[in-house]
Design a protein around this ligand. Sequence first.
Ligand code: NAD
Ligand code: FES
Length: 281
Amino acid sequence: MDELSHQIVERQVLSPNVTRMVVRAARIAEVRQPGQFVILRGAENAERIPLTIADSDPARGTITLVIQALGRSTRELVALNVGDSIADIAGPLGRPTELIASGHAVCVGGGVGTAVVYPIAQGLQRRGVRVTSIIGGRSREWVIFENELRQQGEVIVCTDDGSQGRRGFVTDALRDLMNAQPIDAVYAVGPVPMMQNVANLTRPKAIHTIVSLNPIMVDGTGMCGGCRVTVGSETKFACVDGPEFDGHLVDFDMLRDRLTTYRTEEQAALSAHEGPCRVGI
Ligand code: NAD
Ligand code: FES
C-alpha cells in the first residue's frame, strides 16, 4: 500500500454520536506527542476538520481519532468504513502538553473531551505522575475511554442522570477531590462551560490548570486568524500557540462568542445534508 494512503483500519461507535477510528498515518504516529492534533479532509474538497490525536501505534503506523458527528463534514467522515481512505491528514500540529514531572495530576474529561485527556493521562502516567481521571457524560452510554483511563490510574465516573458512577457534573467530583487530597495540576477538556467552571474552582487554590481550546480552525498554520483566542489579555492562535492554555487566563466568554459566530451557516449546511458541521474534537 502507498505509505501516504490514510486507510481506516478500525472503526468503533463509542457513544450515540462519537466514533473512534484508527487510521494509517505512519509519520504522524512516530512523532506525535500528547496534546497535538491533526487537520484532515475526509474527501478532496471537503471541509478541514481539526481532531486531537487520541492515541498512536508507531509499530503499526496508525493514529487514533475520536470524532463527534455534529455537522455535515463530521457526519460524512464517520460514515466512512474500514478499508476506505481519508483524503489527507496534516500534522502533528500544535504544541505538546506541558506535563508536570511528579506529584498528583487530575485529568477532567467532559463527554467527547475525555478522548482528548486520555493521551495527557497516558503521558503523565509514563512520567511517574499519579493520575486521577474524572470523566463525565450525560448518561452511561455517553461515558467513553473509561477502561483506557483505568490503565493510567484511578477513575471517577460521573453522569448527569446518575445512571453510572456518581450523579452530577465532573466539577462536583473535582470539588470533593480538591477538598480531600493535594493536587498539583488539573488538565481539563470538554464543553466550554465545564472548562470555565473547572478554572473557577481551581483558581482560589492556585492549582495549575490547563484547558484545551477548540475554536474554529481553517489553515492550522497561524496564518488565517480563524482560531484566535484571548489568553491573559493577549491574542493567541490556538493552532500554533495552543491548543492548550492556562485555564486561569483564558477569556472563556469571548471563546463562546466566537464558537457561535457561524451557527446559522452550520445549521444551513446541516439542513442541506439532512442533518451541520463543525470540528470533531
Ligand atoms: P456534554 O455537554 O454532554 O457534557 C459532558 C460532561 O461535561 C457532562 O456530563 C458534565 O459532567 C460536564 N459538564 C457539562 N456542562 C458543564 C458545566 N456547565 N459545568 C460543569 N461541568 C459540565 O459534552 P459533549 O456533548 O460530549 O460535548 C463535548 C464538548 O467538548 C463539545 O462542545 C466539544 O466541542 C468540546 N470539546 C472540546 C475539545 C477541546 O479540545 N477543547 C475537544 C473535544 C470536545
Ligand atoms: Fe488559522 Fe489558527 S487555524 S490561524
